[in-house]
Design a protein around this ligand. Structure first.
Ligand code: BTN
Length: 253
């Protein structure tokens, strides 16, 4: 189904929404809206992003008609901040499971994958006024029917429809996704959310190379902690707590 403002407004009522057929980045619009006083749960949706942003300064492609690009305004307490990307990944993983996908997992930190191929990414961005947290924008991108064959992502990315072998309605997906986000937003900071994230974490037990802020660390991913950090033991037996980063070069998970 084509995404239109009318359909979305009806399906997502009484939530405050912005729909854009085309925009640079839904996160940018949601951060501006947050500064203007958007209520928690307000959501910006775009059919196409021209400058979608991914983690670690990467570009996130959202061609028209094939994906969900969504940014939700949240107002979590500061100490729940490390749980915001977790709640996005868990909500998307649950959505994938809800429509029948199997082998759904989360690659550290928050890539949702089906059978080892990335189907979704999460980009939370906080908005501060001095040292006061005004809110967070939780950006989520989901490949619904993007076709990666013949592209640089052929061996690493997939789409929900390709995995399920059936067409999906993006409006229904969005309704369910936002229900899950609402549910988990109320549990941000809790052990329940952490456990829902950890049981889906496929990186634990894998040999990884992680590009973190202090260079590349190689070793065994032994565990995650409640703040979302990855605990990696290197060949010398030294344990490293990796807070932000990306599993790189030959890393499994
Ligand atoms: C990643 O690198 O895995 C995170 C990708 C996050 C993409 C989403 S799409 C909606 C929102 N708007 C953006 O510009 N980025 C996020």
């Amino acid at each position: 189904m084509t995404l239109t403002k009318e359909v979305l407004q009806t399906s997502l009522s009484p939530r405050s929404i912005q729909f854009h057929r085309q925009t640079d980045s839904t996160n940018d619009l949601a951060m501006r809206w947050l500064l203007e006083g958007a209520k928690p749960g307000s959501v910006v949706i775009a059919d196409e992003q021209l400058k979608g942003r991914g983690r670690m300064g990467r570009t996130w492609h959202t061609p028209p008609g094939v994906a969900l690009a969504v940014s939700v305004v949240l107002h979590p307490p500061v100490d729940a901040m490390p749980h915001i990307s977790m709640l996005g990944a868990v909500s998307i993983a649950e959505l994938c499971e809800h429509v029948g996908a199997e082998k759904v997992g989360i690659k550290w930190p928050n890539d949702v994958r089906i059978g080892g191929l990335k189907v979704s990414g999460v980009l939370p961005e906080a908005v501060w006024e001095g040292n006061k947290l005004l809110g967070v924008v939780l950006g989520m991108g989901l490949n619904v029917r993007a076709n990666f064959s013949g592209t640089e992502f052929e061996d690493s990315a997939t789409s929900l429809e390709a995995e399920l072998g059936k067409p999906l309605n993006r409006v229904d997906l969005l309704v369910h996704l936002l229900e899950r986000v609402d549910y988990w937003a109320n549990l941000a900071g809790s052990e329940t959310l952490f456990n829902a994230w950890k049981i889906r974490m496929t990186t634990i037990g894998q040999q990884v190379k992680v590009a973190g802020s202090s260079g590349v660390i190689s070793g065994l991913a032994e565990d995650v902690n409640s703040h979302g950090a990855l605990l990696v033991r290197d060949a010398d037996g030294v344990s490293h707590r990796v807070i932000a980063g990306d599993i790189a070069l030959g890393g499994q998970g």
